[in-house]
Design a protein around this ligand. Structure first.
Ligand code: FAD
Length: 480
């Protein structure tokens, strides 16, 4: 015999914390909800691990960054869960799930049953071994996905002050770790196979700005090659990394950030999977009526783009969790998840935000030497994505709103010249309730209108809150 709950959240990360808060707001009763997590601590704001957690002075430590402080909400400490009658089953891996019988089996041998299951298992860091390189177990080879990884990284970092670090991977984990290591006065070389950093998002022009900035902070870049093997000392520590281009880099510390894989394995053969994640509908409900999925593990319909996406960003984890709980607790009141993809990063004194999709043609704007610049992405004649570095509250709100409206754009050169004014103008325009054909701006830019007006109405609150939250993040120099 095991325990039984009405609601079980499987996974104890960002989405779990935001879901728990929403469950209490929707009136969950004490004893009805349980969170099972492999991690030994209550849900926390994972982005802190590559930012405030790695600072040399006054680093962020729990309990300061438990969810939901990242969205300016309550900080849910273990005491909060207790007070709300929410069972936290921590340090406990779920090793199998039977969705037909509505039961989970933990690694400690307990069976936990549920009426409704919310999957929030997130993702795991890809290991070097999956790319044919051995050595992940060496004590100075670090990954960064959870608190244990972050503690390990801090320990190694502190033992190699002024030493050499090699960061493998030029995505956001690699970039944020490289910046943090440099701030800790470690000599950093960033190695990645692409031609520039953040290749999945940045254009070459945007990337060159950040690369030059990093170089000014002493970070070196080795591009277009990959790690092939390590050199170890007699104690098994890595001393150097060998690259495919034949070069060798000395290393006191290696940080690996080569991507993640959603934790879907418990559900393979039981739930429909798509895009590497668990497929859900607009209510975050999986192919089994009693099972919902949120956060990094969920592949959900992004209305704005008319297709299913799986996102690996904290804002999506928070909002999808909230939406799923609303759909579970108030099914009649809740509509389809209408989400504008948003993510951000902060490194050194820099801070950028991105909304939408980076497909189609990129149009750069702003003065790249002034520290405030950006890009729009235009696909099939419409604005679909916006990137901004160093913006103000109003500017971030404007690009968020403009992106959610998907306005038509005909003249890309003109758009580049207008730059932020384009988004500012669009965002200030009252959005008509009924579709109208075309608005021609004084500049000649065609700002056809709201065939997407419904987005304006429905998305207004959403985008305002996204941008408000984003601004709050960016300007207050948050550490998570
Ligand atoms: P997670 O937060 O990963 O939580 C998953 C939880 O499930 C974990 O506690 C895990 O232990 C548990 N779990 C998994 N399998 C099992 C099992 N079988 N049994 C029990 N428990 C299980 N995003 C941004 O937009 N901006 C950023 O700046 C940013 N920075 C980041 C920095 C770092 C270092 C990392 C790692 C991520 C960052 N992200 C950022 C991404 C963001 O943190 C994730 O998108 C978010 O954490 C996803 O939330 P989640 O709840 O889906 O998964």
């Amino acid at each position: 015999m095991g325990r039984a709950f009405v609601y079980v959240i499987l996974g104890g990360g960002v989405a779990a914390g935001y879901a728990a808060l929403e469950f209490t707001r929707k009136g969950v009763s004490p004893g009805e909800l349980c969170i099972i997590s492999e991690e030994p601590v209550a849900p926390y704001e994972r982005p802190a691990l590559s930012k405030g957690f790695l600072l040399p002075e006054s680093p962020a430590r729990l309990p300061s960054f438990h969810t939901c402080v990242g969205a300016n909400e309550e900080r849910l400490t273990p005491k909060w869960y207790k007070e709300h009658g929410i069972e936290l089953v921590l340090g406990t891996r779920v090793k199998s799930v039977d969705v037909r019988r509505k039961k989970l089996l933990t690694a400690t041998g307990e069976t936990i049953s549920y009426k409704i299951l919310l999957i929030a298992t997130g993702a795991r860091a890809l290991k070097l071994e999956e790319f044919g390189v051995d050595g992940s177990e060496a004590e100075n080879v670090c990954y960064l996905r959870d608190l244990a990884d972050a503690n390990g990284l801090v320990n190694v970092m502190q033992s190699c002050s002024s030493g050499n670090a090699v960061v493998i991977g030029g995505g956001y984990i690699g970039m944020e770790c490289a910046a943090s290591l440099a701030i800790n006065k470690i000599n950093v070389t960033l190695v990645f196979p692409e031609v520039h950093c953040m290749a999945r998002l940045f254009t070459p022009k945007i990337a060159s700005y950040y690369e030059e900035y990093y170089q000014s902070k002493g970070v070196k870049f080795v591009k277009g090659t990959v790690l092939t093997s390590f050199e170890f000392d007699s104690s098994g520590k890595v001393m150097a990394v060998n690259l495919r281009d034949g070069s060798q880099l000395p290393a006191d510390l290696v940080v690996v950030g080569i991507g993640i894989r959603p934790n879907t394995s418990l559900f393979e053969g039981q739930l429909t999977l798509e895009k590497g994640g668990i497929k859900v509908n607009g209510k975050m409900q999986t192919s089994n009526d009693s099972v919902y999925a949120v956060g990094d593990v969920a592949a959900f319909p992004v209305k704005l783009f008319g297709e299913t996406r799986r996102l690996e960003h904290v804002d999506s984890a928070r909002k999808s969790a909230k939406h799923a709980v609303a759909a579970i607790m108030e099914p009649k009141k809740s509509g389809e998840f209408d989400y504008l993809p948003f993510f951000y990063s902060r490194v050194f004194g820099l801070s950028w935000q991105f909304y939408g999709d980076n497909v189609g043609e990129a149009v750069h704007f702003g003065d790249y030497s002034s520290g405030t610049f950006g890009a729009y992405w235009i696909s099939k004649g419409h604005l679909v994505g916006s990137f901004l570095e160093g913006g103000t509250k109003e500017e971030y709100e404007a690009i968020a709103k403009a992106t959610s409206l998907k306005p038509p754009v005909e003249d890309l050169a003109e758009l580049g010249q207008q730059g932020l004014n384009f988004a500012l103008t669009i965002s200030k325009k009252p959005q008509p309730a009924l579709p109208i054909e075309v608005i021609r701006s004084t500049s000649g830019l065609v700002l056809e209108k709201p065939v997407y007006a419904w987005h304006a109405a429905a998305g207004l609150v959403l985008t305002a809150s996204i941008a408000g939250f984003a601004y709050w993040y960016g300007r207050r120099r948050r550490r998570w």
